[in-house]
Design a protein around this ligand. Structure first.
Ligand code: NOJ
Length: 732
């Protein structure tokens, strides 16, 4: 996405001159179509009814199919709409036609949609993809998603989701790159490069929307939409860095989060929106609220009424209202009565028009018939990418000589999740289609496996004991696909118990009773508490929700055609009561140890089951000869990495740092760099990672960045727990 040219800037000035106040406010209005149903309850209530089980999903689908959507054509024609949340390209064209050909000024709409991990070609959830530690892949995922959605007329993605999430109870942990600010910042930059690439042809890029700004992942007790409270130092050191990185990379838009931060909802938060984002970071794009969030300020008890909410949001720098129509209803009188300065409106409109121009929407608002159907069938190149990311996202958690399987193995496959096509898509994959999905059963068949299938039990419901009996008789080796439905993570999907849901652990026990080797293949959207499983199941493969190519990727790893190299982007606690649990925790005065008066639980282990950055391989890697060379602006940290096994494989070499003594308490370890290495069997290589001295500081509670002289411990290794280390004294 190119920057605005002088000609475009002049065109924006000209438009602003011509616009009435109503037309300007129209540019700040984003809507979803309203549902006009043949049913007597509101759309919201209908959703409630489905969620609480009063009507089935099928019934909901039937009612919706019979319902009509109101796209508010009259408002559109009067210049009252700026953006609509839709995905059907025919509908998009007809809405654009009104905006471009029937309004006074002909300003095109910007169509936004939730394209979180792929549009038509759904790839692994971000929590999994980040575990590949390959920025080129994050970028390519963005490029492909941009091209595919743009062909449907969608020029704006509500992604990437950059919430640091340290609490596995929070369902939305699935949507983002995990718990580490450094990895999340690398992910953020790469994704922005992919989505907003500099291609000459606007058909190939979209505007990204960084969300949810900010600290939404720190919602108390991991309960979605809950309150958030933290010191400024924590905000700036941990939750803001991925947003800052993405803004530096040129991100076009930002979505404010639902939560309040230290008592002020992020929708109306002057400090985070105006001061940090627009002033300090110099963000030039526009900010949109999350759905209905401006109205929710009344429920938060921070606004008296709709006008008060509108004035507070617009004054804080909220440029566009998602879904409430409150700006349309209230901003005009607020300006006329002097409650809101017109400059707030002019600024918002200038930012929104700027992005519309940079997207080339004025030149090409429509999509052609050919474009609409371009991705009906997924292109080979996109499928190959989805397969590569899926294979590289898989994390081998445990392997007692069970994996890889021989091609001739007689496999008994169990677990209902192994053959449910939509479940491989994960949360937020609205434009993915079940027909494109390869289940694990299908993947094994595609690989020519000798496989018999007995579902036995899923994340919900009872165990079919007759099937279990048949399953244990049928194979030499048993694969149990266990985990979570896609709907158990994502928005509004927090869980108070993060162990395997339903009766799946019992299923594993019954299978293990057979004394045959059992492999647990996990499908889930969050870390699970796997204390028992890690002790008793001989092999565990973390496969997340891997997208359309899931089954092929899993089969390739099970048979060893691909050697797994994915690493965990989040800590796996032993039990839910340890949440939030994360590796980069601030140092206490009484670090957890075996003695009683330390920071620990009486009834839980001190350590997580699997730490951040962890992941095994079918080969082994040895780290030796750590060395640090200090240069003027950086440290060059090197290590010799050797593949000591008899298979080629990959390893993510991870660099961490600890500031031994500082003016505020610092984390026990912080990731500062990584390097993904591919080594042939027996090969060894010196790997060097540069740690810039600028990276060695921290923000204090006044948001001032400090670089403090003194002792640092530098760690290098294959996960956040097992590292080589050296101490160094630095004078900045
Ligand atoms: C609410 C979600 O929080 C946000 O992530 C999403 O982009 C919007 N709804 C629009 O669907």
């Amino acid at each position: 996405m190119k920057l605005l040219t002088d000609k475009q800037k002049a065109a924006i000035d000209e438009l602003l001159e011509k616009m009435t106040l109503e037309e300007k406010i129209g540019q700040m209005n984003q809507i979803s179509p309203s549902i006009v149903g043949g049913f007597d309850v509101s759309f919201e209530e209908l959703i409630e009814m489905m969620t609480d089980g009063r009507i089935s999903k099928e019934e909901f689908g039937r009612l919706m199919a019979g319902a009509k959507q109101d796209f508010h054509d009259d408002v559109n024609r009067a210049g009252g709409l700026s953006s609509v949340l839709v995905s059907d390209p025919e509908v998009i064209n007809s809405l654009q036609k009104i905006a471009v050909e029937q309004t006074r000024l002909g300003i095109p709409l910007i169509i936004g949609f939730d394209v979180i991990h792929g549009f038509r070609t759904v790839v692994p959830i971000a929590l999994a993809e980040a575990g590949t530690f390959e920025p080129e892949l994050f970028e390519k995922t963005g490029r492909i998603a941009a091209k595919e959605s743009r062909a449907s007329g969608i020029a704006w993605h509500f992604a990437p989701m950059l919430d640091i999430s340290r609490d596995a109870r929070w369902g939305r942990i699935s949507e983002g790159p995990g718990e580490d600010p450094y990895l999340a910042s690398v992910f953020a930059k790469a994704r922005i490069r992919g989505l907003q690439n500099d291609d000459e042809n606007p058909e190939n890029y979209v505007a990204a929307c960084l969300k949810h700004y900010v600290a939404y992942g720190a919602c108390e007790s991991g309960r979605d939409y809950n309150t958030t409270s933290m010191a400024k130092s924590m905000l700036h050191n941990t939750y803001l860095p991925p947003f800052k990185a993405a803004v530096e990379e040129g991100a076009a838009t930002v979505m404010a989060s639902f939560n309040d931060l230290n008592g002020v909802p992020c929708t109306v938060n002057n400090y985070t929106l105006r001061k940090i984002l627009k002033e300090d970071y110099g963000f030039e794009g526009f900010v949109v609220s999350d759905a209905n969030a401006i109205r929710e300020c009344i429920i938060h008890g921070i606004a008296e009424d709709e006008q008060d909410a509108a004035v507070k949001a617009a004054s804080a720098g909220m440029d566009m209202d998602m879904g409430t129509w409150i700006y349309s209803k209230e901003l005009k009188s607020a300006v006329e009565s002097g409650k809101l300065d017109i400059t707030c409106i002019d600024e918002a409109v200038r930012r929104i028009l700027g992005i519309k121009m940079r997207l080339g929407l004025f030149e090409k608002p429509y999509v052609t018939e050919e474009e609409m159907h371009r991705y009906d069938k997924l292109p080979e190149e996109h499928l190959a990418h989805a397969l590569e990311v899926a294979e590289k996202s898989i994390v081998l958690l445990k392997n007692n000589d069970v994996l890889p399987l021989k091609k001739t193995a007689k496999i008994s496959l169990t677990g209902a999740l192994a053959d449910m096509p939509e479940e491989v898509l994960g949360s937020w994959a609205i434009s993915g289609r079940a027909d494109d999905c390869v289940t694990i059963l299908q993947g094994l068949k595609n690989a020519g496996a000798d496989v018999s299938y007995h579902p036995c039990c899923g994340p919900e419901g009872e165990i079919d004991e007759a099937e279990v009996k048949a399953a244990v008789l049928d194979g030499d080796v048993i694969i149990a696909v266990v985990g979570e439905f896609a709907s158990m993570s994502g928005e509004a999907s927090s869980r108070a118990d993060i162990s395997l849901p339903g009766r799946q652990q019992e299923l594993l026990k019954m299978l293990l009773d057979s004394k045959k080797p059992v492999i647990a293949v996990l499908m889930n959207g969050r870390p699970l508490a796997l204390s028992w499983e890690s002790e008793h199941v001989p092999a565990i493969l973390e496969c997340w929700h891997l997208g359309v190519q899931m089954g092929n990727a899993v089969a390739n790893v099970l048979f060893g055609d691909v050697n797994p190299g994915g690493k965990l982007t989040c800590t796996f606690p032993a039990m839910t009561g340890q949440c939030p649990m994360y590796y980069n925790t601030p140092k206490t005065g009484r670090p957890a140890s075996k003695s009683k008066f330390t920071s620990r639980y009486l009834d839980a282990p001190l350590e997580p089951v699997y730490p951040f950055g962890y992941g095994l391989s079918y080969t082994n890697f040895k780290y030796s000869d750590m060395d640090i060379q200090e240069e003027k602006d950086c440290l060059k940290v090197s290590v010799v990495l050797e593949n000591t096994g008899d298979r080629d494989g990959s390893e993510t070499v991870q660099l961490y740092m600890h500031d031994v003594s500082a003016s505020i308490v610092r984390p026990v370890k912080e990731m500062k760099g990584f390097s993904k290495e591919y080594l042939k069997a027996g090969e060894s290589r010196k790997v060097t990672i540069t740690l810039s001295k600028d990276q060695m500081g921290f923000y204090d509670d006044d948001a001032i960045y400090h670089l403090e002289d003194g002792r640092f411990i530098i760690y290098i290794g294959g996960n956040s727990k097992e590292c080589l280390k050296q101490e160094i004294n630095i004078n900045f």
